[in-house]
Each structure stands twice: as C-alpha cells, then as structure tokens.
Design a protein around this ligand. Structure first.
Ligand code: SF4
Length: 402
C-alpha cells in the first residue's frame, strides 16, 4: 500500500494538532520504502513549518555528574557494569557548572540541560541544582533550564520549579512492552511516575526515546503514542550510540533513512511538539542531518554527556547553510554574531560525516568498507562512526565544544 503523505499532512493541518496521525499512519511512515523518503520529509516538513517555521531550538548539555551510576540501563555508558572508558566525576561546582553552561549559551543555545547520573537525586543534590539554576538565571537573562536528575521523590519537582527550573527531562526510552529488556533496576512505571511528578509541579515535561534497541516498528509507534499521551512538550529522539564496553556494543540497527523516518513519524504523531534530534545524530544520520532538520526542530549543540558530537562550528554551519535560524537569535547568522566561529578553524571534533566517511555515501552501498552506508546495518562499521569518548568540557580542563 502506498500512503499519500502529503494528504496525511493536509488532514493533520486541517484537523488541528490533536488529530495527529493514527498508529497505522505512523507505521506506514516507518515502513515506507526509501524512495519515498523525500515525499515523507516534504509532508512532515509542512507540519514543522506550520508550528516552528524555519527556527531551530538549540540546547546545550552540561553533565554535572558523570558515570558511577548504580542503575543498569543497558544502553548507557554510565551504567553499573559499563566498561566504556568515559570521564567519571562527582558533582561539578556551581561556578564550573555556570561556566560550562555559559559556553553553550554563547554558542547559540537557549536551553541548558543540567544532567546528573544516578537513580535519582538526594535532597542535597536538589540543593545543588537549585543554587546552580538561580545563579544561571541571574547571569543569563531568559535562559531556559531543564533538569535531568533521574527518578524524583515527592516534593523535589516543586523545589526545582520554585528555583526557576523550566523543564524536567526523563525519557521513557522505549515502549513499555520493551522496557524490561533494556533495564532491570527500575520499571517503566517508575519513569512514568517521575514524568507525572514533574508535570504536576508545573515543569514542562521533556521525555523521549532511544531507537535502535532491538524494538520493533510497532514498539516505536507504541512509544510515540505513549509520549503523546503523557503530554511530553519536547521529545528527544536518540539513536543508540553503541559504546564499546556496554551490552549494546556493536549493535547497529539503524540507517540514515530509517532515522529520518523515525523523526518524521514523531512529527506526524506529535505535530506541534518540539522534536529534538538527540544523541547519535552524527553517527546515524550522517549526511542526512540537515534533511532531518526539515522534520525535527531542535538539536543539541556540541558534545553529548559522555561522547563527542561534531564540532559546534559544523552545527552552526549546517543550520545556516540550510536556511534555518536559531530560536531566540533569529538574526545571528546575518549580524556577525558567529563570525568568529565561522572564520575559525574547526575544533577537530569527532565525526563530521563528510570529513570522516571515505565515501560520503549515506544510503547506498558503494563498495568501500567505511560503514557510512547501508552496509552498516549488517556489519560492524568502521571505527570512525563509533562513539568517541568526550575528553573536553565538563569534568576536564579543556574548553567545551560550543
Ligand atoms: S541512563 Fe541514567 S539511570 Fe540509567 S544507567 Fe545511565 S545515568 Fe544511570
């Protein structure tokens, strides 16, 4: 069956965001042949432009506390049992946290995501985040703060809200029917409970998923509809970064076209929500990163919690070169704000696909073994697509990638 994706977009535009796509529509997007990709992007792009124009929301991660987690989320490089050689450190000082956040804000971010590893925060941890948030808001007018601290106890969300925290991130990660396959130390209900606590306290719920964890198409659809039901305002879509030393080492289930279809499916199901391309953007979307921005409306600038993203200059160039503007800094590409960045040499970061993939091909086999093509679905990709452990920014003396 061929789906008319443009007609689907028209139906959603005429019916309002709450109409969205049905589960069958969502499945049709995921299972469409690759030659329909541009029809899907064009249709989902109509929804993106209706709600977000050509603006990209730029977010910046600050990993306040890295590694040493007692939970066993199998996909996570910070989990107990992970042998990934990540940076491990306890809480950043308030000043250091503000300094790290400031780098991202100067680089174009409007939201700072303050993240700590662990099952959930103690009340003393909440004290620290309260102080950091108050200091950050004092120094940077209009900055949005999202906290991501794990499972919340009663009263903690209210304290964060009172301190000025705007949003709380807690991903459901996968469908309820797949949850126990990816983590055993807490339940899907635990996660939903924390999202509910955040929402009840007036924090904007941010919850998303990780694709590439062995889930079926139907489970991806199940997860998206669960997020819609939960009322997630922003939906980070991560693509599994299979760190060496974790149970998902060498797990490569995704192709660039598959990733774009997942983002498009999210847009059709939740047309007016922030769809954020999150971890794994560079290694999985590769040369389709900019195409994906016609569907999604939000990215992380620079590095991730424990791995390096492409250099921040490449992030900014990608947005500028494709006709997007940064939310909150709509004229920044024309008024010289980033001239220093654009005129500086690249920071030499991890995988800018065009710079590191020998072939630059993202969707068809070309006969090389670079892994930058569909061959990555069945075999181990070349090392230059694997996660590169972050060795700069928070927890180091090296300037951040921002
Ligand atoms: S995802 Fe969070 S809770 Fe799970 S292992 Fe990683 S840091 Fe711990």
């Amino acid at each position: 069956m061929t789906t008319n994706f443009d007609a689907l977009a028209t139906r959603i535009l005429e019916g309002g965001p709450d109409t969205g796509a049905t589960a069958a529509d969502a499945l049709a997007v995921l299972q469409a042949p690759d030659f329909e990709l541009m029809s899907i992007v064009a249709a989902a792009g109509r929804l993106r432009r209706e709600h977000f124009g050509n603006k990209v929301k730029v977010n910046y991660l600050v990993n306040l506390k890295s590694g040493l987690c007692p939970e066993n989320c199998n996909y996570c490089s910070q989990a107990i049992g992970s042998e990934a050689p990540i940076l491990k450190y306890s809480w950043l000082s308030k000043d250091d946290a503000i300094r790290q956040a400031g780098a991202g804000l100067k680089g174009g971010a409007s939201r700072v995501c303050m993240v700590s590893s662990g099952r959930g925060p103690s009340n003393r941890d909440i004290d620290k985040v309260v102080e950091m948030t108050e200091a950050l808001k004092d120094e940077y007018d209009g900055v949005e703060v999202c906290a991501c601290l794990g499972l919340l106890k009663d009263g903690q969300a209210e304290r964060l809200k009172a301190a000025g925290v705007d949003a709380y991130n807690h991903n459901i990660n996968t469908a309820e029917s797949n949850h126990d396959n990816i983590v055993q130390t807490h339940t899907y209900e635990d996660r939903v409970d924390t999202i509910g606590k955040a929402k009840s306290a007036g924090l904007s719920p941010c919850s998303g998923l990780i694709a590439g964890l062995g889930e079926t198409d139907e489970q991806l659809v199940e997860a998206l509809f669960a997020l819609k039901e939960l009322g997630s305002d922003s939906i980070p879509v991560n693509f599994l970064m299979p760190f060496d030393g974790t149970p998902y080492e060498n797990t490569w289930e995704l192709s660039p076209t598959r990733c774009v279809k997942i983002l498009a499916m999210a847009r059709f199901v939740c047309p007016d929500k922030e769809i954020r391309i999150a971890g794994g953007r560079e290694m999985h979307l590769r040369t389709l990163q900019a195409t994906a921005l016609h569907v999604a409306n939000s990215i992380f600038l620079g590095d991730y919690l424990t791995s390096e993203g492409q250099d921040a200059k490449s992030d900014l160039e990608m947005m500028r070169d494709n006709g997007f503007v940064i939310l909150g800094q709509e004229n920044a590409f024309n008024d010289g704000t980033f001239d220093d960045v654009f005129n500086a040499p690249a920071a030499g970061a991890a995988h800018t696909p065009a710079a590191t993939s020998p072939c630059g091909s993202a969707s068809t086999g070309c006969g090389t073994s670079c892994g930058g093509c569909a061959a990555g679905l069945s075999g181990e990709p070349a090392d230059d697509h694997k996660p590169v452990i972050r060795q700069r920014g928070a927890g180091t003396e090296v300037p951040a990638n921002a």
